[in-house]
Design a protein around this ligand. Structure first.
Ligand SMILES: NC(=O)c1ccc[n+]([C@@H]2O[C@H](COP(=O)([O-])OP(=O)(O)OC[C@H]3O[C@@H](n4cnc5c(N)ncnc54)[C@H](O)[C@@H]3O)[C@@H](O)[C@H]2O)c1
Length: 680
């Protein structure tokens, strides 16, 4: 026994202890992550197992070593499956957890909800959604985080780095209780290969957006945004009126996974008809049994004829097509089927890690090839993406409106060798030939005004609490203020009827800075009066201020600053300074390592007056930082909101606004400069 181990064990009161838990059984029918690929050399492999074993007392090392090596060899990472609690994990009522403060218990609800069989994409591998988005790296960390949360007090802050609980550090009651980061890499190493190495070594974690920030609330979290996006796409491109719905309009896309699974539900709520291709039958079964997709078609012909009938009758209908999106589009091209709205939600932020299934392979074949011959898999993905692109081009020439759904699809097409997908035909600096949903729709219509995916979880787990919060939130919205307010008001009015809850009693509601503040204050008052139990507020990182991502959230920022990650970073810092209960900052998110920096928060509503103060400053900051940056980038709607903010809150808020410069003045001055240059 190393003496240092004895000393370290004695120095820790929060630690993992023996005896070793029994190796848990894996339930049948639960989706499993594919092998991520073991690429470490001998020395790195030794380092990886030493890194994992440092969580466990020395007497268990010999027993665990072969297990961990086998996981590395067959799974490409060490999940420490043995340490997963047996059976199904789910977010319980907050009172059922141990803890020394409410926040400590509340975050256990959030973590467990993110690992629920009904919620998580690969629950055994701690993947909540987005193919690779994990709550933490392994079950050792999960157990240790829980122990820390049980010991957390209002005078301490728990710090996590890529899932690793670094420890508890003395702070203050009005400081965050949890500060966490995921996947942050130094610039030189900020790429997929280095991350893959680090992930095998057990030193980094891909948190996606809300998975590593523990704020995922099941597919509902994305339904509202998808509903807004499809509706506004139809308004912009198909002339659908402000108070009309999608009756008789066909939307085609792919993916019934964590986020993509929201598409069929959203299109039905919007009154339209949707066909969503999905290669994995287990995901179709999940969404179908949850009532998130109404019909299942095994052939393209069946899918399109069901859709045609529903369109004719102007009846809302969602259809899962069991097969590859490329086959579905090929069928539409061959049979000259009109598709007014088209998108894609395969996990193209990680196409070569299994996120994109190449045409010609079944889901099982895809999984086998991925672990047997990753180079061949990559080759097939590239061929399929090129074909996929060609088909969209044909459809687009026939009048289809295609938009990228923030999954890096167009970037993946470019990486597969199609340079003509870029606006400038060469590189991605000027964007792509088709808009991303943020660039044309969500950016100007929602984010620039401050509207974003605000959400809450009723920690009691009582559906009645959710009902009360729905009603209270609705009363906080003036439907006549803006079109967006009407949409949000109608959304919350119908939320319960639309049966959106999977997992904990949670709700998503797009709101702007003032709306979020009003609702948060109202809920906190209800908690104070004992009308409802405590509530966890949060949002998707995919929001106004939380994310710098040039192909997505910041795609409609055109002053050249979309290569910068300052906004997400200061948003995180500002939230921490103002006392949000949890502050998270991640690399990657929905688009992949090195392509985005994103952050989020959790704010525990415990009914205290001091929490009102945090709400007043932090909720406004969390949104207005992004509005201000968007205004500075000359986005007209953000300038309008910023002017209003400056007028409404003198002494409280003051946003710097840009002066416009006349194009012709600039052009003639630059002409002079360049004519001199050309003459040289
Ligand atoms: N919904 C949103 O608002 C939103 C926003 C931003 C980004 N995204 C992005 O969308 C993507 C999907 O997210 P997710 O959480 O659903 O991921 P996911 O991995 O859970 O689901 C993707 C699904 O696509 C299926 N698929 C893969 N290739 C296919 C093919 N060729 N044909 C048919 N089906 C195929 C997979 O089997 C999987 O079920 C991610 O890249 C995510 O970052 C979504």
């Amino acid at each position: 026994m190393f003496q240092v181990n004895e000393l370290n064990r004695e120095a820790m009161t929060i630690r993992l202890e023996g005896p070793l838990p029994d190796y848990p059984a894996f339930a049948e029918g639960i989706r499993r992550a594919s092998d991520r690929g073991w690429t470490l050399n001998r020395a790195e492999t030794e380092l990886a197992v030493k890194n994992a074993l440092r969580y466990v007392p020395e007497e268990y090392h010999e027993a665990l070593l072969p297990e961990f090596l086998e996981e590395l060899r067959t799974r490409g990472r060490i999940y420490a499956y043995r340490f997963r609690p047996e059976g199904r994990i789910r977010g319980l009522s907050v009172n059922q957890y141990q803890g020394k403060c409410l926040a400590g218990k509340a975050f256990q609800v959030m973590i467990d909800n993110n690992l629920d069989f009904d919620i998580a994409l690969y629950p055994y591998e701690l993947v909540t959604y987005g193919e690779t988005g994990q709550v933490c790296q392994n079950w050792l960390q999960y157990r240790l985080i829980k122990k820390y949360l049980e010991e957390l007090t209002e005078d301490t802050t728990l710090v996590l780095e890529s899932g690793h609980p670094l420890g508890l550090f003395r702070s203050r009651p009005d400081a965050p209780r949890v500060i966490l980061t995921n996947g942050m890499l130094v610039g030189l190493f900020d790429n997929q290969d280095e991350w893959h190495r680090g992930m095998q070594l057990g030193v980094t974690n891909y948190g996606q957006m809300t998975a590593g920030g523990w704020m995922y609330i099941g597919p509902q979290g994305i339904v509202h945004g998808t509903f807004n996006t499809i509706l506004n796409a139809a308004r912009q491109r198909l002339g659908v009126g402000q108070k009309e719905n999608l009756a008789g309009i066909l939307f085609v896309s792919s993916g019934l996974g964590g986020m993509s699974g929201a598409q069929p539900k959203a299109v039905e709520i919007a009154g339209g008809v949707g066909i969503v291709a999905e290669v994995d039958s287990s995901r179709i079964e999940t969404r179908h049994s949850q009532g998130w997709v109404s019909r299942v078609a095994e052939t393209c012909g069946e899918a399109f004829s069901m859709a045609a009938e529903a369109c004719r009758e102007k009846r809302p209908l969602s259809i899962a097509y069991h097969g590859n999106i490329v086959d579905l589009l090929q069928y539409a091209v061959d049979h000259e089927i009109e598709i007014p709205l088209l998108s894609d939600q395969t996990s193209c932020h990680a196409p070569y890690d299994g996120g994109y299934c190449p045409q010609g392979l079944t889901f099982d074949e895809r999984t086998a090839l991925l672990s047997k011959d990753p180079a061949e898999y990559r080759r097939l993905v590239d061929i399929s993406l090129r074909k996929h692109y060609e088909l969209i081009k044909v459809l687009s020439d026939r009048g289809t409106f295609f938009f990228d759904y923030g999954n890096s699809f167009l970037r993946a097409v470019f990486d597969a060798g199609v340079t003509e997908v870029c606006k400038n035909g060469e590189n991605t600096y000027d964007g792509f030939i088709w808009p991303s949903y943020v660039e044309d729709i969500m950016g100007p219509v929602l984010f620039d005004y401050g509207y974003g995916p605000f959400r809450w979880v009723c920690l009691s787990g009582d559906p009645e609490d959710l009902r009360k919060t729905d009603r209270a939130a609705m009363e906080c919205i003036d439907p006549d203020r803006r079109a967006q307010d009407y949409d949000n008001w109608a959304w919350i009015r119908d939320a319960e009827k639309n049966a959106l809850v999977v997992g904990t009693q949670a709700r998503i509601l797009y709101q702007d800075a003032e709306g979020r503040t009003r609702i948060a204050l109202k809920f906190n008052e209800m908690v104070r009066k004992g009308e409802i139990g405590p509530v966890m507020l949060g949002r998707d990182h995919h929001d106004v201020s939380g994310t710098d991502s040039p192909y997505r959230e910041t795609a409609n920022i055109k002053d050249g600053s979309n290569i910068c990650a300052d906004m997400a970073t200061v948003c995180f810092a500002g939230n921490a300074a103002r006392g949000m209960t949890l502050c998270a900052l991640h690399n990657g998110g929905g688009v992949g390592i090195g392509k985005a920096v994103n952050g989020g928060f959790g704010l525990l509503l415990d009914g205290r007056e001091s929490t009102d103060e945090i709400i007043r400053s932090a909720m406004m900051w969390d949104v207005l930082g992004g509005v201000a940056r968007r205004a500075w980038a000359r986005n007209p709607n953000a300038m309008e909101v910023s002017r209003e903010v400056n007028r409404t809150y003198p002494g409280g808020y003051h946003i710097t606004l840009p002066y416009s410069v006349r194009d012709d003045t600039v052009m003639s001055a630059v002409d002079v400069l360049f004519s001199g240059k050309e003459g040289d």
